[in-house]
Design a protein around this ligand. Structure first.
Ligand SMILES: O=C(O)c1ccc[n+]([C@@H]2O[C@H](COP(=O)([O-])O)[C@@H](O)[C@H]2O)c1
Ligand SMILES: Cc1cc2nc[nH]c2cc1C
Length: 338
């Protein structure tokens, strides 16, 4: 197995030298798509999805057989500021629920034939409150990144990255505010369901945290360490590891996209192997997706996290690949062309 990068600079170097999709497979998929028994473009976005998948899998007629859902959990010092509708102990309780098969993501992984792995990262040691100091030290963010890196099964042919962490919509909003500017209000949402007073407090916390850390120069990996969380860093590590293995990734909601944003801010093509599974009901998710240039596959009003929206989108991608690789051509079926 390829070892995880040892330093943040090693991650930066990797982000500048990422593999692309396979050009031959892209061409073969394009040619095959043009011959399938349907009017041109009649399968809409399924057609470009299948080509995208074919390119990353280096196979013009690919199969999708071994999806992996990986869930990372982390605790946040900033949760002590009262920014969530739920107490921090829910993180470890939900990890137990994942392990016992009782969460939504267990059902969705099962429904779409994905194996599911859960990584609880140092839950007894919440990150520092980012309004006081950096959420993670360099050693801590590297540990979390490598947890994500090592969590990817090299034999999987599709990865979903999900998370669980009370307080993490505040971290995600702070990352987005630091990377993209605007106001803190632009990036905060209700998360697990805070009321208006909670939302106002959240905006203040995000504003204070970003003001503190903006005083020190740094790039998006520094932002990840200063404002992020262990599960957010782990998702970034997993997304990057998947890229090195040419494993396509379905992104989940607001928090997952904040992790992806830290890679995208360093290298504009870092998410070319990713597709947004859904747009969540977290109010700033549409704006974050727009910054990433991502057009989500589903819009079902979910605001759960856990990889749930992305897991649902496995079904869409499986449908796209089944059509692309299984359909007859006009010649094979003896159907007249238009
Ligand atoms: O994925 C999303 O867009 C999303 C939106 C709202 C809430 N969540 C989940 O809710 C938790 C964070 O909410 P909060 O209010 O504690 O910041 C965390 O466990 C997330 O998985 C997730
Ligand atoms: C119960 C519960 C389940 C979750 N799953 C992801 N985030 C969550 C937050 C809460 C509060």
């Amino acid at each position: 197995m390829t070892e995880a990068p040892a330093t943040l600079d090693d991650y930066r170097s990797l982000l500048k030298a990422l593999p692309g999709p396979d050009a031959e497979a892209l061409l073969a998929a394009e040619e095959r798509n043009a011959q399938l028994t349907k009017p041109p473009a009649a399968l809409g976005r399924l057609e470009s999805l299948a080509r995208w998948y074919a390119g990353w899998r280096a196979n013009g007629r690919p199969v999708l057989q071994q999806p992996q859902v990986v869930i990372f959990a982390g605790n946040h010092g900033v949760a002590a500021r009262g920014v969530s509708a739920f107490p921090p102990e829910v993180t470890v309780q939900m990890v137990a629920n994942f392990q016992h098969g009782g969460a939504a993501i267990n059902q969705l992984s099962g429904a779409f034939g994905a194996k599911m792995d859960v990584h609880a990262i140092d839950l007894d040691t919440p990150t520092a409150d980012f309004t006081e100091r950096a959420a993670m030290t360099e050693a801590e963010v590297l540990t979390a990144l490598s947890t994500g890196w090592n969590a990817v099964d090299p034999d999987t042919d599709l990865l979903v990255t999900g998370e669980m962490g009370i307080g993490n919509t505040t971290s995600a909003a702070a990352i987005a505010h630091a990377l993209y500017g605007g106001t803190a209000q632009d990036w905060v949402g209700r998360g697990t369901g805070v009321d208006d007073a909670g939302l106002t407090l959240k905006a203040q916390v995000v504003s204070d945290g970003v003001a503190l850390h903006n005083k020190v120069p740094g790039d998006a990996l520094d932002t990840l360490a200063r404002l992020g969380g262990r599960e957010i860093a782990a998702m970034a590590g997993a997304i990057l590891r998947a890229r090195t293995l040419r494993i396509p990734v379905i992104l989940d909601g607001f928090i997952c996209c904040s992790a992806a944003a830290c890679l995208h801010a360093i290298s504009r093509d870092a998410l070319d192997h990713c597709v947004a599974g859904h747009v969540s009901a977290e109010s700033a998710h549409p704006a974050l997706l727009a910054k990433l240039g991502q057009n989500p596959l589903l819009n079902l009003g979910l605001r759960l996290g856990e990889g749930s929206g992305a897991a649902l989108a496995i079904g869409v991608l499986k449908g796209a690949i089944a059509c692309h690789s299984g359909m007859a051509t006009f010649a094979e079926a003896g159907v007249s062309g238009g």
